[in-house]
Design a protein around this ligand. Structure first.
Ligand code: AMP
Ligand code: GLY
Length: 420
């Protein structure tokens, strides 16, 4: 079959890498892709937020299956356009994608379905929000509603931080009519990510992972999109997973069915775990990045069969062939990230890395000119390895990382520290 993947980050490189290994895959296209996907697929220029343009490409190239990587095309309704046109597609509808796009939507689902999560209040007036914060004090969490690329959340450890965060949220929306903010109870515990597939009825667990959100070693410094990940996440053990499945995932999916917007695709639950009790932090309607890279490393070619079964409503007929091993990915980023950074620095020696089915350097923000690979973003490479133990996977990944010749890049030296 011919397959189109939408997106161009490290997540999509790892998806393409896994899908390309499956004998069912004939021609593989990635839009827009990157220099990493260009080695295994055809990269195409396409406005991936434009459902009609995607559909036109699908028809012109006899595409049998579309995999949507990032949230933006899902929120823009690209899966809906494909579904109406009877094109098999992996990714939820625009309405179901509100689980990620609107924190308020998710909170209302949690309320109705009685899902364990942080207590919250919702405000549209800054003074009311400030009065409330003064009343309950810190630590407290301030969230702007809507997609904010990970920047809409402030975990305020002091009252002043909370008040400043409210000023920021309301100031950034000065010319906007409705400003919405959610103020949440601060949840203590350890975070982990739980990934399930849902076909509208059935649900299937496909893995656990732990991300490293802070830019610096020891989880210090600013928040980022994620500086490294590993799978499985030991904190998300069988007992915690069962609890998350029955108390969080299943009630959410049932409530979506009840509202007439069943969920199809991967659902990624960010969980806060304390004393083996998981509570929901947030939902994402896509694979995490870089969590996807470690999941794909471990699932390999079967990832395509799983995504197909999910899209076609056959999840009850498929099981995951679990690897007993561990995968770990180290993100290499441009110096300055997540603040200001330059573009165009040259990355050397990538072609000498000894990659295999157990070791890959996935590209994220790179571009290519002739034979030169250059940095073209904040998070640039995801050096990923898989081995019998997490320690061995980490050693393999870092062995490759230090071979990358990129003076303008940096990485965290402690990915995996919690589990190790
Ligand atoms: P979100 O975009 O909702 O995932 O928030 C981003 C990050 O902020 C999460 O991954 C957590 O690390 C942190 N966070 C969000 N909500 C809370 C909360 N209620 N308590 C503690 N930490 C939180
Ligand atoms: N790595 C976190 C995310 O993809 O949202």
């Amino acid at each position: 079959m011919n397959i189109l993947i939408l997106g161009g980050g490290g997540r999509e490189h790892s998806l393409a890498w896994a899908v390309a290994q499956n004998p069912k895959c004939d021609q593989l296209f990635v839009a827009p892709g990157n220099p990493g996907t260009a080695k295994i697929a055809q990269c195409v220029t396409l406005n991936i937020l434009d459902g009609a343009a995607v559909l036109k490409f699908v028809r012109a190239n006899s595409i049998d299956f579309v995999i949507i990587g990032p949230e933006a095309p899902l929120v823009a309704g690209v899966a809906d356009v494909l579904q109406v046109a009877n094109v098999s597609c992996f990714g939820p509808s625009q309405k179901a994608a509100q689980l990620e796009a609107s924190k308020f939507f998710t909170k209302s689902i949690c309320d109705t379905a009685n899902i364990p999560t942080a207590d919250y209040r919702y405000f549209t007036e800054i003074q009311n929000a400030k009065d409330y914060v003064q009343l309950v004090g810190a630590p407290i969490v301030i969230k702007a509603d809507g997609l904010a690329g990970g920047k809409g959340v402030t975990v305020a450890m002091t009252l002043q931080d909370a008040l400043n965060a409210l000023d920021d949220v309301f100031e950034s929306k000065l010319d906007n009519t409705d400003c919405e903010v959610i103020i949440e109870e601060f949840m203590e515990g350890e975070e982990a990510s739980y990934f399930v597939l849902c076909d509208g009825n059935e649900v299937l667990e496909i893995g656990t992972a732990q991300d490293h959100k802070r830019v610096g070693d020891g989880d210090t410094g600013e928040n980022t999109g994620g500086m490294g990940a590993y799978s499985p996440a030991p904190i998300l053990n069988k007992k915690v997973a069962e609890s998350a499945m029955s108390n969080i995932i299943k009630p959410t999916l049932a409530e979506l069915v009840r509202r007439g917007t069943p969920y199809r695709g991967v659902l990624y639950a960010g969980l806060m775990i304390k004393d083996e009790n998981p509570r929901l932090v947030e939902y994402n309607v896509r694979f995490g990045d870089p969590e996807c890279q470690v999941l794909m490393m471990r699932l390999g070619a079967q990832a395509l069969d799983l995504m197909l079964a999910c899209a076609e409503g056959h999840l009850s007929n498929i099981t995951v062939n679990w690897a007993k091993d561990h995968a770990l990915t180290v993100v290499m980023a441009t110096k300055g990230y997540p603040g200001a950074y330059g573009k165009g620095s040259i990355i050397r020696n990538l072609h000498n890395l000894s990659t295999s089915s157990k070791a890959m350097c996935f590209h994220a923000g790179t571009n290519q000119s002739d034979d030169l690979i250059m940095a073209n973003g904040g998070r640039v490479l995801n050096v990923t390895a898989r081995a019998d133990t997490l320690l061995e996977a980490r050693n393999q990944a870092y062995k490759m990382v230090v071979e990358v010749d990129w003076p303008d890049g940096f990485f965290r030296g402690d990915i995996g520290w919690r589990a190790l």
